[in-house]
Design a protein around this ligand. Structure first.
Ligand code: ADP
Length: 366
């Protein structure tokens, strides 16, 4: 029986997974997800070369969902499991083979990413129980950003706060690495290049990449900073939060607004989904898209400033890959920047392949 590598991405309302051969090719044997709707959990399965399947399952929580996934994988032998971990704190700057000490270190990081890490840790515990002999590796979204210069890693706060972990970590790093891997295999010369990777999906970020390394990024201490997102605010004056606190809002209420009630959804009052907004005629939907574009131009201009120029923007993510008119508007707003050879900055569009990037890390850890 061929051995397989399972890649897991456990989020707050879904678990995405992909199964690859443990060695050899990189075409998935199967992809799928468990998504929690208001009243039930739904399992999606897309096996290579066979019909897709969607069915409701009895899975109130992540461990139960992972059991359902394991059952759906049948008797395939899982030799490796790779976990996408949103936050690696200051110390996880490369993929980490998982053992008890790594699990404890991840537990200690929960206060840095309380909405994401508990699910990922639950996923690790469940898969260790399900596949006790499999090699398990944690791959971090923050790791790619860890080596950026202090100027773009620190806030203007007293140094002891930086030492205590209050930093601009940056996220979507696995996506950035996968884009750079793709460009590398196409023969794109990264040495000497000034790129911005614009990952525009439900979460949105831009990362300045100089010579193939992270230089600065739009997301900061949390996944809230920077661009307008599906339901997240992006950059906001911290004075607003202080005002809300003084006015009696609780931390949980503020968290709910900033993570789930803001961004495209909050602005439009209709949807967090760019396709729906593009199809809508309301002034609020138009305003939400205009703000999305304006903030993208602002952020790319700032990041270009940190590098002293910009050669290309690489668009990826559901919006970045598909929303052509919106991309053109962003590029038009950046036409003032000097690109390579005195021309405008160029535009590239690539698919992010996060699962594949985690697979590479998993195979590399052998
Ligand atoms: P996630 O961050 O959850 O992985 P995706 O990267 O899949 O999300 O991006 C989802 C976003 O991409 C949604 O706002 C969706 O409307 C948008 N999107 C997908 N296809 C298109 C399209 N053809 N035109 C405009 N937006 C699109």
């Amino acid at each position: 029986m061929t051995q397989a590598a399972l890649i897991l991405n456990a989020g707050s309302s879904s678990i995405k997974f992909a199964l690859f051969p443990a060695e050899g090719g990189d075409a998935p044997l199967l992809t799928g997800s468990v998504e929690w709707r208001t009243d039930r959990a739904v399992l999606h399965l897309a096996p290579a070369g066979a019909a897709r399947e969607i069915r409701a399952i009895d899975a109130p929580d992540h461990p139960a969902a992972l059991e359902a996934i394991a059952a759906a994988l049948g008797d395939r032998q899982i030799a490796m499991v790779g976990h996408r971990i949103v936050h690696g704190g200051p110390d996880f700057t490369a993929p980490a083979p998982i053992d008890d000490s790594v699990l404890s270190a991840l537990e200690a990081l929960v206060p840095l990413a309380p909405l994401h890490l508990p699910q990922a840790i639950g996923g690790i515990r469940a898969t260790r129980a399900l596949y006790p002999n499999a090699r398990q590796v944690a791959v971090f979204d923050t790791a790619f950003h860890a080596e950026k210069p202090w100027l773009h890693n620190a806030f203007a706060l007293p140094g002891e706060m930086y030492d205590a972990g209050i930093r601009r970590y940056g996220f979507h790093g696995i996506s950035c690495q996968s884009i750079l891997r793709t460009l590398g295999t196409e023969g794109f010369e990264l040495a000497g290049s000034k790129l911005i990777i614009a990952h525009l999906g439900n979460g949105c970020s831009m990362t300045a990449v100089r010579d193939g390394r992270c230089h600065a990024t739009s997301m900061g201490f949390s996944t809230l900073d920077g661009l307008v997102m599906g339901t997240r605010s992006g950059r906001i004056d911290p004075g607003v939060i202080l005002h809300w606190l003084r006015a009696g809002k609780t931390g949980a209420e503020i968290e709910r607004i900033l993570y789930y009630g803001a961004g495209l959804l909050g602005l439009s009052g209709i949807s967090n989904d760019m396709r729906e907004l593009e199809a809508s005629e309301t002034p609020e939907a138009r305003g939400a898209i205009d703000m999305f574009v304006a903030r993208a131009i602002e952020e790319a201009s700032r990041l270009a400033g940190t590098m002293g120029g910009l050669d290309h923007i690489v668009f990826c993510g559901g919006i970045g890959e598909n929303a052509a008119e919106l991309r053109d508007r962003i590029m038009e707003g950046l036409a003032f920047l000097p690109g390579p050879n005195g021309q405008r900055p160029g535009m590239l569009v690539r698919a992010t392949r996060e699962e594949h990037e985690i697979l590479c890390a998993l195979r590399g850890a052998a």
